[in-house]
Design a protein around this ligand. Structure first.
Ligand code: NG6
Ligand code: CA
Length: 499
């Protein structure tokens, strides 16, 4: 009997905690010494800490797309970073991890950052009306969302298909161009900002912070950046409480530590690293609160918890919050090169922890697993059949996730940067091919402000000897290089990798 079938008998709840822009080296369980993350460390100590746990893209929207659909985002156009008025990029009706959970008899919810667009193609979200399609058309029973990212407008919550607390006498308008009349922006009223911008992010001002895009109205619906984490926990606790008696899947999509980093006042100054570090502490607090809730409801032994990130770290991502200046010796990408926007390891290799009390033997795993695999793995764990045309690149790595002795992770993984630019990383065993279809890429953004540099078309690294990808050994290994180039091209052309 496979590891997955052995557990199908008692279906575990699934709690996926996805951090935003959290790097491999950003938590003490993965070697950070400049700050301490006791709750994440406890999760790691009680569970399995992966040293080769990945997301599939080095930006948010494509990773979330592939996490939900089990298919690589580069297979579908329009899955790059979603704009404020973007439509839902997952086709309604596509089988998602939430749909798999539903088929297995689970209730499911997404609480936190969405950033996959809302509403119909060609229309986008109807902010003042019914906002659909959205998560509920993808299999979720409940959603409580920050629609995009908090550096994009608007700062309102979407609960199920409505903007929460919207007063119809003050309609919400969202657009790409500055509205007429008196409308303060990050450019016109820069000296009034509580946090200055460094690139982009100079549109409408809300809560003393200027954003990408413009909006007016919806005043009663607007939230404070400082309160996001508390709200996610409040809503998650209520939902867990209400769904404690049946199997559930909760996608807890934290906004920490994405810009604008504006943690709650009680976390401001918690580290010496500025608000970037303080936001990590806020994330850690959230993890602790969720674990407390599972304990209180007697669910720790019935719940598979997965902690992951949507892409690697970035320092200056558009606001002058001191992340770069205050970093000291902190290495947000740990030993790896690159970060957010890069197909070097730092862009997609992140903290990745699984915990299931009483089921997973605590330890460290070197198996390769990725967020995209949670869909097929949940299907396997719950004994739910996967239609052949769904989850095209999701592998059942449930054995590796649960730490079953001898169980293997994936044999290969394609890493991408933002949607459609055609830069790929391809890890096969310890070999790593980097293929750049563009002439420039944002590779070293962890250490520098946004800057594109020219890159060779192909590079090859031996991750066993050179995890930091410093020495391109393509010339010395032409046969391996050619094999990987051909395999990557074939995987892309085949349209699927799941057998
Ligand atoms: C970029 C933004 C960056 C961030 C990113 C999305 C600029 C210059 N940069 O376009 O600040 O918002 O999009 O991040 O505007 S992600 O984690 O959601 O993918
Ligand atoms: Ca992100």
């Amino acid at each position: 009997m496979s590891a997955a079938l052995a557990v199908a008998a008692d279906k575990p709840n699934l709690l996926v905690i996805m951090a935003d822009d959290l790097g491999y080296g950003d938590v003490s369980a993965y070697g950070a010494t400049a700050l301490h993350t006791p709750h994440i460390d406890r999760l790691a100590a009680d569970g399995l800490r992966f040293t080769s746990g990945y997301c599939t893209a080095s930006t948010c929207t494509p990773t979330r797309y592939s996490f939900l659909t089990g298919s690589y985002a580069f297979r579908r156009k329009g899955t790059g970073i979603a704009p404020p008025n973007g439509h839902l990029v997952v086709p309604p009706g596509a089988l998602t991890i939430a749909g798999i959970a539903k088929a297995a008899g689970y209730r499911s919810a997404v609480i936190g950052k969405w950033h996959l667009g809302l509403g119909l193609e060609g229309k986008g979200p109807d902010w003042n009306g019914v906002i659909a399609p959205g998560p509920r058309e993808l299999g979720f029973d409940y959603n409580f969302l920050l629609p995009t990212t908090n550096d994009r407008v608007p700062q309102v919550y979407v609960e199920n298909d409505r903007v929460l607390n919207l007063d119809s006498r003050d309609p919400l308008w969202v657009g790409n161009n500055r509205p007429g009349g008196e409308h303060p922006t990050g450019i016109s009223h820069r000296d009034t900002l509580k946090m200055d911008w460094s690139h982009g992010h100079n549109g409408t001002i809300h809560n003393g912070i200027s954003r990408i895009g413009f909006y007016t109205g919806g005043k009663t619906a607007r939230f404070r950046d400082e309160d996001l984490a508390d709200k996610w926990i409040e809503k998650s606790n209520a939902w867990l409480e209400a769904n404690r008696t049946r199997p559930f899947f909760l996608f807890f999509a934290s906004h920490d530590l994405h810009v604008p980093r504006m943690p709650h006042e009680r976390f401001q100054g918690a580290t010496t690293l500025g608000y970037r570090g303080d936001s990590i502490i806020q994330l850690d607090w959230c993890v602790g609160e969720l674990m407390k809730t599972l304990d209180r409801l007697g669910l720790a032994e019935k719940t598979l918890v997965v902690l992951c990130s949507d892409n690697g770290p970035v320092m200056d991502d558009g606001y002058k919050d001191g992340a770069l200046e205050k970093r000291g010796n902190h290495r947000p990408g740990g030993p790896f090169r690159g970060g957010k926007y890069s197909v070097y390891e730092g862009g997609t290799r992140t903290p990745f922890i699984t915990r299931w009390k009483g089921r997973i033997k605590p330890g460290v795993s070197t198996q390769v697993v990725a967020t995209i695999d949670l869909a097929a793995s949940l299907a396997a764990i719950t004994g739910t059949p996967l239609p052949a045309g769904a989850c095209l690149d999701s592998f059942d790595v449930s054995g590796a996730l649960l730490g079953v002795p001898g169980a293997r992770g994936r044999a290969h993984l394609v890493q991408q940067d933002n949607g459609g630019t055609g830069n790929f990383g391809f890890r096969v065993g310890d070999w790593k091919l980097v293929r750049a279809d563009t002439e420039e890429a944002n590779n070293e953004i962890v250490e520098r402000p946004l800057q594109r540099t020219s890159v060779p078309r192909f590079q090859l690294f031996d991750l066993a000897k050179d995890p930091a990808e410093t020495s391109n050994v393509l010339a010395q290994n032409p046969v391996i290089g050619d094999r990987l180039k051909a395999e990557l091209a074939a995987l892309i052309a085949a349209g699927r990798t799941r057998p």
